[in-house]
Ligand binder design. Structure first.
Ligand code: PMP
Ligand code: GLU
Length: 385
């Protein structure tokens, strides 16, 4: 079969590939420490599962509107208004089969022939590959290591040309864990407004911020609603990665256009998962609990890694990822991760998949016991090099 070259040029998702390889090794009975995980390590809470069972029993098993069940859209708009200060109504929401699909359809809707889509680097693996499937072109903005890999207004300004259509902006960031203060976001938003470009603000890790920092949404800043597509989801905040529910919030015109893509592709997200998401939003206590749990793990991992010579971890403000410098070991990130898995049964993600060499991503979505075991094994591995 002759394959479309746009598709042949795609690389496989390294994060999904390594995560499933790790699960396979575990299934074989091997004692592998999973520092590759891009999902919470605990089960979806019972109150969410029960809502899904109840939805099946009451026959909530048919197509919903393409843009999502009306009650769920209302609940998401309510959450965005109350928690994120974004003035939206349910007409501004599309519920999608995961945040990933929300980003993809936003890119499809934005990027016409040769339009430039700006992607800060290190980036989450799927952004450049998604852009390849559109008519647009990815243009990378190399983020400065000395500024904790943060985007600055100056860097953004320098990267904008007449062809620039949009920026994909993710914070707290996968893979670096960096996040932004309101002041920093305001400065970036001024550049976006001046250039009149759009921004896909991927805020999927919004519930995971530490050290009493507060997440600020780009769309709540002065006039930014006209330029911003806010992407959020349930995968990370409620440990619902397999349920596939996410959403985007944007202005009415954008929503009308993007709903057409959904109508002709997935039709709508799974009705049962939408009922589960509705229950998730009704629970107020959960978010505080989840970030407190991950903050303890972050502290434990940072303390342990920081003591290992030749590994320099970056303390993340959010997410469950610790971006760590391995350049002093002399290995590239792929070799480091392959050998660490083979020799010491610890799986991590090489940062080459995020466009950056010399670093690895270590996920602390693991129990304290696993974190301690993983630190000991990394220490042993590095000492042997
Ligand atoms: N954005 C980022 C930065 C991510 O890490 C992920 C991880 N899966 C997603 C979006 C997509 O999340 P999901 O499709 O599971 O909602
Ligand atoms: N986003 C997670 C990660 O970066 C999950 C895997 C994926 O969707 O790519 O590991």
């Amino acid at each position: 079969m002759l394959i479309n070259p746009q598709v042949s040029s795609l690389t496989k998702s390294a994060t999904l590939k390594i995560t499933s390889l790790t699960k396979q090794i575990k299934k074989q009975g091997k004692d592998v420490v999973n520092f590759a995980a891009g999902e919470p390590d605990f089960d979806t809470p019972d109150f969410i599962k029960n809502a899904a069972k109840e939805a099946i029993d009451r026959g909530f098993t048919k197509y919903t509107p393409s843009s999502g069940d009306n009650d769920l859209k209302k609940a998401i708009a309510g959450k965005l208004k109350k928690q994120n200060n974004i003035p939206v109504e349910s007409e501004n929401i599309i519920v999608t089969a995961g945040a990933k699909y929300a980003i993809f359809i936003s890119l499809l809707a934005l990027a016409s022939w040769e339009d430039e889509i700006l992607i800060p680097l290190p980036y989450w693996v799927s952004y450049p590959e998604m852009v390849k499937l559109t008519s647009g072109k990815a243009k990378f903005i190399e983020l400065p290591e000395e500024n904790n890999f943060k985007l600055t207004p100056e860097l953004l300004q320098k990267s904008i040309t007449a062809k620039t259509k949009a920026l994909i902006f993710n914070y707290p960031s996968n893979p670096t864990g960096t996040t932004y203060s309101k002041k920093e976001l305001l400065a970036i938003s001024e550049v976006i407004k001046d250039a009149k470009i759009s921004v896909i603000s991927d805020e999927i890790y919004e519930a995971l911020v530490y050290d009493k920092k507060k997440h600020t949404s780009l769309a709540c800043l002065n006039s930014m609603q006209d330029y911003t597509i806010t992407v959020g989801g349930f995968s990370k905040s409620f440990s619902m990665t397999g349920w596939r529910v996410g959403y985007l919030a944007a202005n009415n015109n954008f929503i009308k256009e993007v709903s057409k893509i959904v109508g002709h592709t997935t039709s709508c997200p799974c009705s049962i998962s939408q009922a589960a998401a509705m229950a998730a939003l009704g629970e107020k206590e959960w978010q505080g609990q989840i970030s407190a749990r991950f903050e303890k793990r972050r502290n434990l991992l940072f303390k342990g890694l920081d003591k290992i010579s030749k590994i320099r971890p970056l303390k993340p403000d959010g997410t469950f990822y610790m971006f760590s410098d391995i350049r002093e070991t002399g290995l590239n990130s792929f070799d480091f991760c392959s050998r660490l898995l083979e020799e010491e049964l610890v799986s991590c993600i090489p940062a080459s998949s995020f466009g950056k060499e010399g670093f690895i991503r270590i996920s602390f979505s693991a129990s304290s016991e696993q974190i301690k075991k993983g630190i000991d094994r990394i220490d042993k591995f590095v000492k042997q090099l």
